[in-house]
Each structure stands twice: as structure tokens, then as C-alpha cells.
Design a protein around this ligand. Structure first.
Ligand code: SF4
Length: 73
């Protein structure tokens, strides 16, 4: 796996969008954007990364999450 793929990156039409990933938290005002919480500092606190397009961004840390309270647009 390349270094780039392990990082959050644009992949148009990806089958593993951040939107469906359990690490992603949708932005309350704009659900097309959100924050990725997969990264943690050594101290254990969450280091959030901004996700500009939750439909077309992904990374190799993708894990299918529960969509429970999120609406399917
Ligand atoms: S772990 Fe990867 S796929 Fe999941 S939200 Fe973060 S950047 Fe997106």
C-alpha cells in the first residue's frame, strides 16, 4: 500500500466513502463535510482531520460503521 492511500484522499465514486466510515462525524451544518476521528495522538486524544467531501474521500483506515442516526440522502 502506498503512503498516499493510507492518507485521507479524493477518490471519486469510491466504494468506501468517509460518509459510511465509523470514524467520520458529519458536520451538523453541512453533512457533505465532516471530521475524521481515526487519528489519535500518543496521549490518546483524538486528532481530527477535516473531510471536505464525505462522499468522495477515503483512506485505508476505512471501517464500515453504523449509519443508525444518519439519514440516507
Ligand atoms: S478513517 Fe479514512 S475513510 Fe474513515 S473517515 Fe477517516 S479518512 Fe475517511
Amino acid at each position: 500500500m502506498s503512503v498516499v492511500e493510507s492518507q485521507l484522499h479524493i477518490e471519486m465514486g469510491t466504494k468506501k466513502p468517509c460518509r459510511n466510515c465509523k470514524w467520520e462525524i458529519a458536520d451538523p451544518t453541512n453533512p457533505n463535510q465532516g471530521q475524521c476521528t481515526v487519528n489519535r495522538t500518543k496521549a490518546g486524544s483524538v486528532w481530527k482531520r477535516w473531510v471536505r467531501d464525505v462522499h468522495n474521500m477515503t483512506c485505508t483506515h476505512y471501517e464500515e460503521g453504523e449509519l443508525s442516526f444518519r439519514d440516507h440522502v
